[in-house]
Every structure is written in structure tokens, then in C-alpha cells.
Design a binder for this molecule. Structure first.
Ligand code: GDP
Length: 442
């Protein structure tokens, strides 16, 4: 995500590194690279202009030019401006205390509206709320079916009328049904088009007027750039938007839409979609995103990712085993297998401060091969050996190596690593680890 923008900004900072004090000329050269990176990321020109105006004013001030670490100063200034451009934080759904809260999703076709219905449903279910979904996209033939599938996968009701032609009536009937059945939230999945057109806007305005949604969210494809700005402007003119859901930020989004959309709509980015699965929706945090763009890592997201991989119960079991010293090579293998999922190590590295540089190495064939070797070696051991690696003498080592198709030193190395790791894990899982875990979960 944002690789070229991140690389561009890094090269701007690097251009200043090693220079104790700066001349205005040096700084202007660095700023030019910042500007160029934003334009190449397809950020809207007016946003770039404002962004650079603010950044330049601060960066060319005497305090920065005379500071001992001008490079760090520029990073901080760009970080603050990114947070300002992306903010504010507001992922509240603002549910009403009485009657159903109606959330209307709108956006271009393919932006991810229907998928976002499922993701919001999952989020609400985590708060013990069962929403009712309304299939008001009567344009895309498969949309109604897609929503029904999502409803049955997640176990929530879907109101759909296959032969109806009027989306307003479908929405009204859906809201009525939610009122009757006591659903606290209704999510309207409205129609999109490949491009903005008057008919679509008229339809959405009519739904807005006659159904009166409490929250109107624009779903924007994060892979787009300036185009997103134009369409967001049109939606914003037609409807009173309350927030934006930015999707597909897991792909190779360049950053254009993300950095431009708040200026055009004036409403906060509420959530971001980071995958096709229902749990791939995160509250949007400008600070975390600015850190990721600047490759400073995002510890909160890393902790969330770690918790997604190992569930609560498994974690408790592992902690108990570590504390009592029962943690075995089998447990080690299970952990390795979880981490060895394609792309996961790289993703985790990308989220850790300062680890971004190892991202590619972790995603490489070689890293995957090493993990597979470790797993293969453990598989070649007997249950007793896995429980107590001290049993593994030279004869056993040769047998295991042969079984796993590796050289014997690989086994020696693995046991050594495990020996070093075990007391460390034991210590970590002792007193205070609960607090640490709780802290990570926040
Ligand atoms: P709609 O026409 O606006 O309802 O769009 P859909 O919900 O059908 O989504 C269009 C495509 O984008 C589908 O293939 C989705 O799986 C995919 N999609 C939606 N959100 C995300 C996301 O956050 N990440 C990724 N990678 N794909 C997404």
C-alpha cells in the first residue's frame, strides 16, 4: 500500500540526511521531491497545493533550517500535515437510542458498497446488534443475490424484492420491517453506476428525501485517484454525506483518493476496508495511516493483526503452557504454521516501526522456505522428542534430518533456537504479561 508515495517521501528525507545545517536551497529541493511524490500518487492538485503551502511555510522557517536535525524536523512536519489532511478521527456510527438507525451506503459501482454492508454487519454483530440489510441496488443484476448471500453467511435478515422497480419503496418496506422486528440498524445498499449520471443522483436524492437516512456514507475505492475526487464531489453535492468508507487499502493503492477525499467532501473518513473478508474493516485512524505512509509502522494495527491470527482462547492456552514450561516444539510448530500464511510476515513487518525494510525479505521465497524447513523438521520428530528436545542425540538428529530432507546442522540450530526462546517466553508470560497484552489490544 502506498509503496511509491512512501518511497518518494523517504527519498525526500534522505536527500537532507547528513546535512548538519541546511540552506533554504537544500530544503526547497527536498520539498520538491515531497510535492512530486504526492502528484505521482494522484493526489488532487488543490490538496497538494494546500499541503505544500503548509509544509513549506514550516520547513523553511528559521527554526527548522537552523536545527541540528533538519531531516527529522521535515519528517515531523510532513507527518503532522498528513494527519491534518486525513483527519479527524470519527468512526462513531451514531446509533439512535430509539427506533432503527438508517445507514445509507452510496458510491460508484464496484467501489465496495455491498461488501461494506457485510463488514458493517460484522462490526455491529460484535456489539450484539443485528442489522437488517436492504437490497436497494436494482441496477446491478447480481447485487440482490450478493446481499442475500452475505445475509445468510452472517445470519442477518435481508429485505429484497426481486421484481420491484422502485428502490424508494424497497427501502421504505425494509425500514418498516426493521421497525416491526426490532432491528436497531438498517443498512441500505443503494445502486451505483460506472460513472456519475443524473439519473443515479436523482434516485439517490429521492431515497434520501423519502426514507430519511440518519447516516449517509460514501464508499470510495481507495485504488482510484483524481477520478474519485470528481465523483466524491458529485455525491457530496447531491447528498448530505456524514462520512466516507475508503475501501481496497490492502492493494496497491497509491494514496490519491485517500488524501484528497476529505478536502472535497468535508466529512471524515470513518472506516477503511483492508480486504475482501467481512472482518477486514478498521476504524480509520489518521495517525496510524500517516505513520504507515511514512514507513514508521503502525503498532496498533500490528497488534490487531496478531490478535486476528491467534484467538483469545489459544492465546490463553499458550500463555499457560509457557508459564509452566510445557511449551513444546509442537506448539512452536503450530505458531510457525500460523505465521507462515502467504504474505502475513511481510504485512506484520510493514506495520512494525522501523521494520518496513524487512518486508520484502520476509515475503521472499527464501524466508518461506526456511519456515517450511523448520515445520518439516519438527514433523520428522517423535511426539516424545517434540515434548523434550533434550532427547535428541546425534543418532536421532541424523534420523530427523534425513526424514525432513535437510542437513543435520539445521536440526542442531533449530533446537538451539528453541532452547534460547523457551526461557524467554516463560519469563514473558509471567507476571505482568496480562497487562502487556491488554495494552496491545487497545
Ligand atoms: P459494489 O458494486 O459497490 O457493491 O461493490 P462490491 O461490494 O461488489 O465490491 C466490488 C469488488 O471489490 C468485489 O470483488 C469485492 O470483493 C472487492 N472489495 C470490496 N472491498 C474491498 C477491500 O477493502 N479490499 C479488497 N481487496 N477488495 C475489496
Amino acid at each position: 500500500m502506498f509503496d511509491s508515495l512512501s518511497d518518494g517521501l523517504q527519498s525526500a528525507f534522505k536527500s537532507l540526511s547528513g546535512k548538519g545545517k541546511l540552506t533554504e536551497g537544500n530544503m526547497r529541493d527536498g520539498l520538491k521531491i515531497v510535492e512530486q511524490s504526492l502528484l505521482e500518487a494522484d493526489v488532487s492538485y488543490s490538496v497538494v497545493k494546500d499541503f505544500m503551502g503548509h509544509v513549506s511555510e514550516k520547513a523553511l522557517g528559521k527554526r527548522v533550517l537552523l536545527s541540528l536535525r533538519p531531516q527529522e524536523e521535515l519528517v515531523r512536519i510532513v507527518y503532522d500535515e498528513l494527519v491534518e489532511t486525513l483527519g479527524p478521527v470519527d468512526s462513531a456510527l451514531n446509533l439512535k437510542a430509539d427506533g432503527p438507525t438508517i445507514i445509507m451506503l452510496c458510491g460508484l459501482q464496484g467501489s465496495g458498497k455491498t461488501t461494506t454492508c457485510g463488514k458493517l454487519t460484522k462490526l455491529l454483530q460484535e456489539q450484539n446488534i443485528t442489522p437488517l440489510l436492504v437490497a436497494a441496488d436494482l441496477q446491478r443484476p447480481a447485487a440482490i443475490e450478493q446481499l442475500k448471500v452475505i445475509g445468510s453467511q452472517l445470519g442477518v435478515p435481508v429485505h429484497a424484492e426481486t421484481d420491484h422497480k422502485d428502490p424508494v419503496k424497497v427501502c421504505q418496506a425494509g425500514v418498516e420491517m426493521a421497525r416491526r422486528d426490532g432491528n436497531r440498524v438498517v443498512i441500505l445498499d443503494t445502486a451505483g453506476r460506472l460513472a456519475i449520471d443524473a439519473e443515479l443522483m436523482a434516485e439517490l436524492k429521492k431515497i434520501d428525501r423519502k426514507v430519511g437516512p440518519d447516516q449517509v456514507y460514501l464508499v470510495v475505492d481507495g485504488m482510484t485517484g483524481q477520478d474519485a475526487v470528481n465523483s466524491a464531489g458529485a455525491f457530496n453535492d447531491a447528498l448530505e454525506l456524514d462520512g466516507v468508507v475508503m475501501t481496497k487499502l490492502d492493494g496497491d493503492a497509491r494514496g490519491g483518493a485517500l488524501l484528497s477525499v476529505k478536502q472535497v467532501t468535508g466529512v471524515p473518513i470513518k472506516f477503511m476496508g483492508t480486504g475482501e473478508h467481512f472482518d477486514a474493516l478498521e476504524p480509520f485512524r489518521p495517525e496510524g495511516m500517516a505513520s504507515r505512509i511514512l514507513q514508521m509502522g503502525d503498532m496498533v494495527a500490528a497488534a490487531r493483526e496478531a490478535h486476528r491470527i491467534v484467538d483469545e482462547q489459544e492465546r490463553e492456552e499458550l500463555e499457560a503452557k509457557m508459564a509452566s514450561g510445557e511449551f513444546s516444539l509442537d506448539d512452536f510448530k503450530n505458531m510457525m504454521q500460523k505465521v507462515a500464511q502467504p504474505g502475513l510476515m511481510g504485512r506484520m513487518m510493514g506495520l512494525m516501526p522501523g521494520m518496513g525494510q524487512f518486508k520484502e525479505a520476509m515475503e521472499s521465497e527464501a524466508a518461506g522456505g526456511q519456515l517450511r524447513q523448520i515445520i518439516g523438521a519438527i514433523n520428522s520428530m517423535t511426539p516424545a522428542e517434540r515434548k523434550n528436545p533434550k532427547l535428541i542425540d546425534a543418532t536421532r538428529r541424523t534420523r530427523i534430518a534425513k526424514g525432513a530432507g535437510v542437513q543435520s546442522p539445521v536440526i542442531t540450530q533449530l533446537i538451539k533456537q528453541f532452547d534460547v526462546m523457551k526461557p524467554m517466553m516463560q519469563a514473558m508470560s509471567g507476571k505482568g504479561s496480562g497487562d502487556r497484552m491488554a495494552m496491545m489490544r487497545q
